[in-house]
Design a binder for this molecule. Structure first.
Ligand code: GLY
Length: 432
Protein backbone atom coordinates (compact mmCIF):
# COMPACT_ATOMS: atom_id res chain seq x y z
CA UNK A 1 0.00 0.00 0.00
CA UNK A 2 1.30 3.47 -0.91
CA UNK A 3 0.93 5.71 2.10
CA UNK A 4 1.40 9.47 2.45
CA UNK A 5 1.87 10.98 5.91
CA UNK A 6 1.23 14.72 6.32
CA UNK A 7 3.30 16.58 8.92
CA UNK A 8 6.89 17.03 9.99
CA UNK A 9 7.28 16.54 13.75
CA UNK A 10 8.12 13.80 16.22
CA UNK A 11 4.60 12.40 16.03
CA UNK A 12 4.95 12.00 12.27
CA UNK A 13 8.40 10.41 12.69
CA UNK A 14 6.79 7.87 15.07
CA UNK A 15 3.96 7.24 12.59
CA UNK A 16 6.47 6.68 9.77
CA UNK A 17 8.48 4.25 11.91
CA UNK A 18 5.34 2.26 12.74
CA UNK A 19 4.02 2.28 9.17
CA UNK A 20 7.38 1.26 7.72
CA UNK A 21 7.46 -1.82 9.99
CA UNK A 22 4.11 -3.04 8.63
CA UNK A 23 4.50 -5.33 5.57
CA UNK A 24 1.26 -3.85 4.20
CA UNK A 25 3.23 -0.67 3.45
CA UNK A 26 4.93 -0.85 0.07
CA UNK A 27 5.79 2.85 -0.39
CA UNK A 28 5.97 5.56 2.23
CA UNK A 29 5.95 9.31 1.57
CA UNK A 30 5.85 12.34 3.84
CA UNK A 31 4.98 15.99 3.23
CA UNK A 32 6.71 18.19 4.01
CA UNK A 33 8.62 15.94 6.48
CA UNK A 34 12.19 16.54 7.52
CA UNK A 35 15.39 15.53 5.73
CA UNK A 36 15.99 13.40 8.84
CA UNK A 37 13.03 11.17 7.89
CA UNK A 38 14.67 10.11 4.61
CA UNK A 39 15.67 6.63 5.87
CA UNK A 40 11.99 5.79 6.33
CA UNK A 41 10.13 7.66 3.59
CA UNK A 42 10.40 9.76 0.46
CA UNK A 43 10.38 13.34 1.72
CA UNK A 44 8.46 16.04 -0.20
CA UNK A 45 9.69 19.41 1.13
CA UNK A 46 8.10 21.30 -1.78
CA UNK A 47 4.66 20.29 -0.48
CA UNK A 48 4.82 22.40 2.64
CA UNK A 49 1.36 23.99 2.60
CA UNK A 50 -0.20 21.26 4.69
CA UNK A 51 -3.35 23.33 5.19
CA UNK A 52 -3.89 23.72 1.45
CA UNK A 53 -6.30 20.93 0.43
CA UNK A 54 -5.50 21.39 -3.29
CA UNK A 55 -1.74 21.04 -2.74
CA UNK A 56 -2.11 17.95 -0.56
CA UNK A 57 -4.46 16.38 -3.13
CA UNK A 58 -2.00 17.16 -5.92
CA UNK A 59 0.78 15.26 -4.12
CA UNK A 60 -1.49 12.36 -3.12
CA UNK A 61 -2.54 11.96 -6.75
CA UNK A 62 1.03 12.36 -8.07
CA UNK A 63 2.29 9.46 -5.93
CA UNK A 64 -0.97 7.53 -6.34
CA UNK A 65 -1.46 7.31 -2.57
CA UNK A 66 -3.88 4.65 -1.37
CA UNK A 67 -3.98 5.97 2.19
CA UNK A 68 -3.19 9.43 3.57
CA UNK A 69 -2.48 9.77 7.29
CA UNK A 70 -2.88 13.34 8.50
CA UNK A 71 -0.74 14.11 11.54
CA UNK A 72 -1.48 17.67 12.73
CA UNK A 73 -4.82 19.34 13.42
CA UNK A 74 -4.33 22.35 11.11
CA UNK A 75 -4.84 20.45 7.82
CA UNK A 76 -7.81 18.58 9.30
CA UNK A 77 -9.53 21.77 10.41
CA UNK A 78 -8.73 23.26 6.98
CA UNK A 79 -10.57 20.44 5.20
CA UNK A 80 -7.67 18.44 3.73
CA UNK A 81 -9.39 15.13 4.58
CA UNK A 82 -12.62 16.28 2.87
CA UNK A 83 -10.77 17.12 -0.35
CA UNK A 84 -8.92 13.79 -0.43
CA UNK A 85 -12.06 11.76 0.34
CA UNK A 86 -14.03 13.64 -2.30
CA UNK A 87 -11.41 12.40 -4.77
CA UNK A 88 -11.65 8.77 -3.72
CA UNK A 89 -8.56 8.58 -1.49
CA UNK A 90 -8.80 6.84 1.91
CA UNK A 91 -7.80 9.18 4.74
CA UNK A 92 -6.92 8.64 8.37
CA UNK A 93 -8.29 11.80 9.98
CA UNK A 94 -11.70 13.45 10.38
CA UNK A 95 -13.44 15.75 7.96
CA UNK A 96 -13.43 19.50 8.65
CA UNK A 97 -16.84 19.43 10.35
CA UNK A 98 -15.83 16.63 12.74
CA UNK A 99 -12.39 18.19 13.38
CA UNK A 100 -14.31 21.01 15.10
CA UNK A 101 -14.09 18.81 18.19
CA UNK A 102 -10.60 20.35 18.48
CA UNK A 103 -10.98 23.42 16.26
CA UNK A 104 -13.74 24.96 18.39
CA UNK A 105 -13.82 24.35 22.09
CA UNK A 106 -17.40 25.69 22.15
CA UNK A 107 -18.38 22.99 19.62
CA UNK A 108 -16.72 20.34 21.81
CA UNK A 109 -18.63 21.57 24.87
CA UNK A 110 -21.89 21.38 22.96
CA UNK A 111 -21.21 17.77 21.91
CA UNK A 112 -20.26 16.84 25.48
CA UNK A 113 -23.37 18.44 26.94
CA UNK A 114 -25.55 16.58 24.46
CA UNK A 115 -23.71 13.29 25.09
CA UNK A 116 -23.84 13.64 28.88
CA UNK A 117 -20.05 13.72 29.21
CA UNK A 118 -18.60 15.49 32.22
CA UNK A 119 -16.39 18.47 31.54
CA UNK A 120 -15.38 21.79 33.03
CA UNK A 121 -17.91 24.62 33.33
CA UNK A 122 -17.03 27.19 30.69
CA UNK A 123 -17.85 30.63 29.37
CA UNK A 124 -16.76 32.15 26.09
CA UNK A 125 -15.50 35.73 25.98
CA UNK A 126 -15.44 37.13 22.46
CA UNK A 127 -13.01 39.86 21.35
CA UNK A 128 -14.53 43.23 22.27
CA UNK A 129 -15.80 42.04 25.68
CA UNK A 130 -15.51 45.00 28.06
CA UNK A 131 -12.91 45.12 30.80
CA UNK A 132 -15.63 45.08 33.47
CA UNK A 133 -17.20 41.95 31.94
CA UNK A 134 -13.80 40.23 31.83
CA UNK A 135 -13.22 41.08 35.51
CA UNK A 136 -16.67 39.77 36.45
CA UNK A 137 -16.09 36.54 34.52
CA UNK A 138 -12.71 36.05 36.26
CA UNK A 139 -14.56 36.45 39.59
CA UNK A 140 -16.90 33.62 38.62
CA UNK A 141 -14.06 31.20 37.80
CA UNK A 142 -10.86 31.46 39.81
CA UNK A 143 -8.42 31.10 41.27
CA UNK A 144 -7.09 28.91 39.81
CA UNK A 145 -7.88 30.44 36.42
CA UNK A 146 -7.98 28.30 33.29
CA UNK A 147 -7.81 30.55 30.21
CA UNK A 148 -7.93 28.90 26.80
CA UNK A 149 -7.52 30.22 23.29
CA UNK A 150 -10.74 29.05 21.60
CA UNK A 151 -8.95 28.50 18.34
CA UNK A 152 -6.23 26.15 17.21
CA UNK A 153 -3.23 26.44 19.47
CA UNK A 154 -1.59 22.98 19.21
CA UNK A 155 -1.96 22.48 22.95
CA UNK A 156 -0.05 25.70 23.64
CA UNK A 157 -2.90 28.18 24.06
CA UNK A 158 -3.80 27.34 27.64
CA UNK A 159 -2.75 29.28 30.72
CA UNK A 160 -3.50 27.77 34.14
CA UNK A 161 -2.57 30.15 36.93
CA UNK A 162 -3.45 31.46 40.39
CA UNK A 163 -2.22 34.88 39.28
CA UNK A 164 -5.22 36.99 38.26
CA UNK A 165 -3.08 39.53 36.38
CA UNK A 166 -1.48 36.74 34.30
CA UNK A 167 -4.92 35.27 33.56
CA UNK A 168 -6.22 38.64 32.40
CA UNK A 169 -3.11 39.26 30.32
CA UNK A 170 -3.75 35.98 28.45
CA UNK A 171 -7.40 36.94 27.85
CA UNK A 172 -6.20 40.21 26.31
CA UNK A 173 -3.48 38.50 24.23
CA UNK A 174 -5.93 36.00 22.74
CA UNK A 175 -8.46 38.76 22.02
CA UNK A 176 -5.73 40.88 20.42
CA UNK A 177 -5.02 37.93 18.09
CA UNK A 178 -8.71 38.00 17.11
CA UNK A 179 -9.73 34.75 18.84
CA UNK A 180 -12.41 34.15 21.47
CA UNK A 181 -11.34 33.04 24.94
CA UNK A 182 -12.80 30.17 26.92
CA UNK A 183 -12.70 30.56 30.71
CA UNK A 184 -13.06 27.21 32.45
CA UNK A 185 -13.41 25.87 35.96
CA UNK A 186 -10.29 24.07 37.13
CA UNK A 187 -10.46 20.26 36.97
CA UNK A 188 -8.65 18.48 39.75
CA UNK A 189 -6.93 15.10 39.56
CA UNK A 190 -4.19 13.42 37.54
CA UNK A 191 -4.37 13.84 33.77
CA UNK A 192 -4.81 11.01 31.29
CA UNK A 193 -4.39 11.14 27.52
CA UNK A 194 -6.40 8.38 25.90
CA UNK A 195 -6.18 8.02 22.12
CA UNK A 196 -8.92 6.07 20.36
CA UNK A 197 -9.27 4.91 16.79
CA UNK A 198 -12.81 5.92 15.90
CA UNK A 199 -14.86 4.87 12.89
CA UNK A 200 -18.45 6.00 13.38
CA UNK A 201 -19.58 4.33 16.60
CA UNK A 202 -16.67 1.85 16.72
CA UNK A 203 -14.07 2.93 19.30
CA UNK A 204 -10.73 1.15 19.81
CA UNK A 205 -8.54 2.57 22.58
CA UNK A 206 -4.74 2.65 22.49
CA UNK A 207 -2.61 2.50 25.65
CA UNK A 208 -3.30 5.34 28.11
CA UNK A 209 -0.52 7.89 28.56
CA UNK A 210 0.30 10.94 30.65
CA UNK A 211 1.83 14.10 29.23
CA UNK A 212 3.86 16.69 31.18
CA UNK A 213 2.80 20.09 29.87
CA UNK A 214 4.84 22.52 31.97
CA UNK A 215 8.30 23.44 30.74
CA UNK A 216 10.29 22.70 33.88
CA UNK A 217 10.63 20.03 36.59
CA UNK A 218 7.96 19.75 39.30
CA UNK A 219 5.37 21.12 36.88
CA UNK A 220 6.79 24.62 37.02
CA UNK A 221 7.13 27.18 34.25
CA UNK A 222 4.95 27.98 31.25
CA UNK A 223 2.59 25.57 29.53
CA UNK A 224 4.05 23.90 26.45
CA UNK A 225 2.90 21.48 23.78
CA UNK A 226 4.27 18.70 26.04
CA UNK A 227 7.72 18.00 27.49
CA UNK A 228 7.49 14.24 27.82
CA UNK A 229 5.14 11.34 28.43
CA UNK A 230 4.98 7.77 29.67
CA UNK A 231 2.71 4.82 29.00
CA UNK A 232 0.86 2.83 30.33
CA UNK A 233 -0.25 4.37 33.63
CA UNK A 234 0.53 2.11 36.62
CA UNK A 235 -1.87 4.07 38.84
CA UNK A 236 -4.93 3.77 36.60
CA UNK A 237 -7.59 1.30 37.84
CA UNK A 238 -7.68 -1.99 35.91
CA UNK A 239 -10.98 -0.97 34.27
CA UNK A 240 -9.84 2.66 33.78
CA UNK A 241 -9.49 2.58 30.00
CA UNK A 242 -12.81 0.81 29.56
CA UNK A 243 -14.51 3.36 31.80
CA UNK A 244 -13.11 6.25 29.76
CA UNK A 245 -14.26 4.56 26.56
CA UNK A 246 -17.75 3.91 27.97
CA UNK A 247 -18.23 7.22 29.77
CA UNK A 248 -16.52 9.57 27.30
CA UNK A 249 -15.40 8.30 23.92
CA UNK A 250 -18.35 6.11 22.91
CA UNK A 251 -21.02 8.67 23.88
CA UNK A 252 -19.16 11.37 21.93
CA UNK A 253 -18.73 9.12 18.87
CA UNK A 254 -22.44 8.22 19.04
CA UNK A 255 -23.46 11.88 19.34
CA UNK A 256 -21.39 12.75 16.26
CA UNK A 257 -23.11 9.96 14.30
CA UNK A 258 -26.51 11.16 15.56
CA UNK A 259 -25.76 14.65 14.23
CA UNK A 260 -24.88 13.27 10.80
CA UNK A 261 -21.25 14.27 11.41
CA UNK A 262 -19.55 10.90 12.06
CA UNK A 263 -15.99 10.88 13.31
CA UNK A 264 -13.29 8.96 11.46
CA UNK A 265 -9.70 9.01 12.69
CA UNK A 266 -8.00 9.52 16.00
CA UNK A 267 -9.99 10.98 18.87
CA UNK A 268 -7.73 12.24 21.63
CA UNK A 269 -9.46 12.54 24.98
CA UNK A 270 -7.52 14.71 27.43
CA UNK A 271 -8.97 13.94 30.86
CA UNK A 272 -8.64 14.71 34.53
CA UNK A 273 -9.55 11.87 36.86
CA UNK A 274 -10.56 13.64 40.07
CA UNK A 275 -12.43 12.67 43.21
CA UNK A 276 -15.72 12.97 41.38
CA UNK A 277 -14.69 10.78 38.47
CA UNK A 278 -13.54 11.32 34.93
CA UNK A 279 -13.93 14.73 33.30
CA UNK A 280 -12.80 15.94 29.88
CA UNK A 281 -10.21 18.72 29.76
CA UNK A 282 -10.13 18.81 25.96
CA UNK A 283 -10.51 16.77 22.81
CA UNK A 284 -8.07 16.78 19.95
CA UNK A 285 -8.75 15.48 16.46
CA UNK A 286 -5.33 13.86 15.97
CA UNK A 287 -2.62 11.87 17.73
CA UNK A 288 -1.13 13.70 20.73
CA UNK A 289 2.43 14.88 20.67
CA UNK A 290 4.63 13.67 22.40
CA UNK A 291 2.45 10.88 23.92
CA UNK A 292 2.16 9.13 20.52
CA UNK A 293 5.91 8.65 20.36
CA UNK A 294 5.78 6.51 23.54
CA UNK A 295 2.43 4.83 22.82
CA UNK A 296 3.28 3.66 19.29
CA UNK A 297 6.64 2.31 20.44
CA UNK A 298 4.64 -0.25 22.48
CA UNK A 299 2.35 -1.37 19.64
CA UNK A 300 2.94 -4.90 18.37
CA UNK A 301 0.05 -5.03 15.91
CA UNK A 302 0.59 -3.70 12.38
CA UNK A 303 -0.02 0.06 12.33
CA UNK A 304 -0.86 0.51 8.64
CA UNK A 305 -3.56 -2.14 8.92
CA UNK A 306 -5.13 -0.39 11.94
CA UNK A 307 -5.09 3.08 10.37
CA UNK A 308 -6.35 1.73 7.05
CA UNK A 309 -9.22 -0.12 8.77
CA UNK A 310 -10.22 3.15 10.46
CA UNK A 311 -9.97 5.07 7.20
CA UNK A 312 -12.00 2.55 5.21
CA UNK A 313 -14.81 2.06 7.73
CA UNK A 314 -13.81 -1.50 8.70
CA UNK A 315 -12.44 -0.87 12.19
CA UNK A 316 -15.03 -3.20 13.74
CA UNK A 317 -13.40 -6.10 11.85
CA UNK A 318 -9.84 -5.35 13.00
CA UNK A 319 -8.14 -7.94 15.25
CA UNK A 320 -7.67 -6.83 18.85
CA UNK A 321 -4.59 -4.62 19.16
CA UNK A 322 -1.58 -6.24 20.82
CA UNK A 323 0.88 -4.35 23.00
CA UNK A 324 4.35 -5.08 24.39
CA UNK A 325 4.68 -5.70 28.10
CA UNK A 326 6.42 -3.06 30.19
CA UNK A 327 6.61 0.70 29.83
CA UNK A 328 7.75 3.40 27.42
CA UNK A 329 8.87 6.93 28.14
CA UNK A 330 9.58 9.82 25.83
CA UNK A 331 11.45 12.93 26.93
CA UNK A 332 11.57 16.11 24.85
CA UNK A 333 14.88 17.82 24.26
CA UNK A 334 13.85 21.47 23.94
CA UNK A 335 15.76 24.38 22.42
CA UNK A 336 16.98 27.27 24.52
CA UNK A 337 14.16 29.81 24.88
CA UNK A 338 11.33 27.30 24.35
CA UNK A 339 8.39 27.88 24.48
CA UNK A 340 8.55 31.71 24.14
CA UNK A 341 11.29 32.11 21.52
CA UNK A 342 13.22 28.94 20.71
CA UNK A 343 16.69 29.31 19.31
CA UNK A 344 17.18 27.49 15.97
CA UNK A 345 19.99 26.46 13.65
CA UNK A 346 22.37 24.87 16.17
CA UNK A 347 24.20 21.61 15.45
CA UNK A 348 23.08 18.51 17.36
CA UNK A 349 25.47 15.63 17.97
CA UNK A 350 25.50 12.39 19.92
CA UNK A 351 24.75 8.68 19.60
CA UNK A 352 21.24 7.59 18.63
CA UNK A 353 20.45 10.57 16.38
CA UNK A 354 19.91 8.26 13.41
CA UNK A 355 18.15 5.48 15.36
CA UNK A 356 14.36 6.01 15.47
CA UNK A 357 14.10 3.42 18.25
CA UNK A 358 15.98 5.88 20.44
CA UNK A 359 15.50 9.34 18.96
CA UNK A 360 12.62 10.78 16.96
CA UNK A 361 13.13 14.09 15.20
CA UNK A 362 10.55 16.67 16.25
CA UNK A 363 12.07 19.99 15.19
CA UNK A 364 15.24 19.31 13.22
CA UNK A 365 16.65 19.87 9.78
CA UNK A 366 20.01 19.37 8.08
CA UNK A 367 22.80 21.68 7.00
CA UNK A 368 26.00 21.13 5.12
CA UNK A 369 28.63 19.63 7.44
CA UNK A 370 30.83 21.99 9.42
CA UNK A 371 34.44 22.30 8.14
CA UNK A 372 36.73 19.67 9.64
CA UNK A 373 33.83 17.49 10.80
CA UNK A 374 33.56 13.96 9.48
CA UNK A 375 29.79 13.97 8.72
CA UNK A 376 28.71 15.28 5.32
CA UNK A 377 25.65 16.88 6.81
CA UNK A 378 24.90 18.20 10.27
CA UNK A 379 21.63 17.63 12.05
CA UNK A 380 20.47 21.06 13.20
CA UNK A 381 17.71 22.32 15.45
CA UNK A 382 14.73 23.81 13.66
CA UNK A 383 11.98 24.12 16.28
CA UNK A 384 11.20 24.43 19.98
CA UNK A 385 10.72 20.77 20.71
CA UNK A 386 13.78 19.42 18.95
CA UNK A 387 14.05 15.69 19.72
CA UNK A 388 11.88 13.07 21.39
CA UNK A 389 14.09 10.56 23.14
CA UNK A 390 12.59 7.12 23.76
CA UNK A 391 13.21 4.56 26.47
CA UNK A 392 11.56 1.22 27.14
CA UNK A 393 11.83 -1.22 30.01
CA UNK A 394 10.10 -3.91 32.03
CA UNK A 395 9.43 -1.27 34.69
CA UNK A 396 8.80 2.45 34.48
CA UNK A 397 12.10 3.00 36.28
CA UNK A 398 13.96 1.02 33.58
CA UNK A 399 12.17 2.85 30.78
CA UNK A 400 13.04 6.21 32.34
CA UNK A 401 16.66 5.21 32.84
CA UNK A 402 16.94 4.09 29.20
CA UNK A 403 15.60 7.42 27.91
CA UNK A 404 17.80 9.54 30.17
CA UNK A 405 20.90 7.54 29.21
CA UNK A 406 20.35 8.49 25.55
CA UNK A 407 19.66 12.11 26.50
CA UNK A 408 22.91 12.41 28.39
CA UNK A 409 24.85 11.63 25.21
CA UNK A 410 23.11 14.28 23.09
CA UNK A 411 24.63 17.72 22.66
CA UNK A 412 22.73 20.84 21.62
CA UNK A 413 23.91 24.19 22.93
CA UNK A 414 21.47 25.85 25.32
CA UNK A 415 19.00 22.96 25.20
CA UNK A 416 17.15 21.61 28.22
CA UNK A 417 14.87 18.76 29.22
CA UNK A 418 12.76 17.78 32.20
CA UNK A 419 14.38 15.23 34.46
CA UNK A 420 11.16 14.09 36.10
CA UNK A 421 9.12 12.59 33.26
CA UNK A 422 7.21 9.68 34.79
CA UNK A 423 8.99 10.17 38.12
CA UNK A 424 5.90 10.73 40.31
CA UNK A 425 4.31 7.61 38.84
CA UNK A 426 7.53 5.63 39.39
CA UNK A 427 7.56 6.81 43.03
CA UNK A 428 3.91 5.78 43.53
CA UNK A 429 2.87 9.37 44.21
CA UNK A 430 -0.13 9.43 41.87
CA UNK A 431 -3.48 8.12 42.97
CA UNK A 432 -7.09 8.80 42.14
N1 GLY B 1 0.37 16.52 24.15
C1 GLY B 1 -0.57 17.53 23.97
C2 GLY B 1 -1.12 17.64 22.61
O1 GLY B 1 -0.78 16.88 21.73
O2 GLY B 1 -1.94 18.52 22.38
Amino acid sequence: MRILVIGSGGREHALLKGLKADPLTTELHVAPGSPNFADLATVHPAYSKVDDPAQMLQLAQKIDAELVVVGPEVPLVAGVADELRANGIAVFGPNKSAAQIEGSKAFAKDIMNAAGVKTARAEQLVPGTSDAEIEAALDRFGPPFVVKDDGLAGGKGVVVTDDRAAAKEHVNEVHAAGNPVLLESFLDGPEVSLFCLVDGETVVPLLPAQDHKRAYDNDEGPNTGGMGAYTPLPWLPADGVQRIVDEVCKPVAAEMVKRGNPYSGLLYAGLAWGKEGIAVVEFNCRFGDPETQAVLSMLESPLAEALNATATGTLAELDELKWKDGYAVTVVLAAEGYPASPRKGDVITGPGLDDPNKVLHAGTSQAEGSPGVEEEVDVISNGGRVLNVLGQGATLAEARAAAYEVLEGLKLEGSFYRRDIGKRAEDGEISI
